[in-house]
Ligand binder design. Sequence first.
Ligand SMILES: [Zn+2]
Length: 213
Amino acid sequence: MSEPAGFTLVPLECPTCGAAVEAEEEDVVYYCVACRNGYSFDEETTSLRPIEVAFVSAPHVPAERHVPFWALEARVSILERQASGGRPAEWLSRFFGSSSSRGDGDGAGDGRGVFVVPAFSTSLDSTLELTRRYTAAFPGLGEKLGEKLTGGCFGVEDARKLTHFVVIASHVERRDVLQVLRFEIDFGSVRLLGVPLVKDGNQWKDGLFGIAV
Ligand SMILES: [Zn+2]
């Protein structure tokens, strides 16, 4: 079988320990179960770049597999926000911590936090719900497990775009007539989180909140 033009096949060998790294076809993030190091594929250098990995601590969850999420430290600056009544969604409040004292929730402000977004592909509804729940209740982290972490088809840039989208979507879904929203997000450090999934009938669900993925 010949390679499609324009594609480069990268041998999936752990740069640290040399073990074979399991991955799905679309994956751009990898986790070596042998040495427990993580990597993301760097398109510019077509090489694997080390990334920090942590696993969500969920000792009581009967996990059947794990999937990767991105955890992105971020500072959100609201440059301008005009809405007739209403405030940003509650789960986003930490990112809007120092909003101005106009008292109506409008206006400029900024805040810091960690966005947690899926690195794997799922429905839009599930993506928004997972992001909302995992960001609101940043999960406790435990030791790195010797478990496969596959299905991560979104890289850091995708995760940043998704974060922008989620901030907008979380405002728009409120029907308080948002008229203007201008904001900037400054991203800090990133790491990959291993999140447990459980199987419920034919449906995979995340192990903490039971959201279908
Ligand atoms: Zn390794």
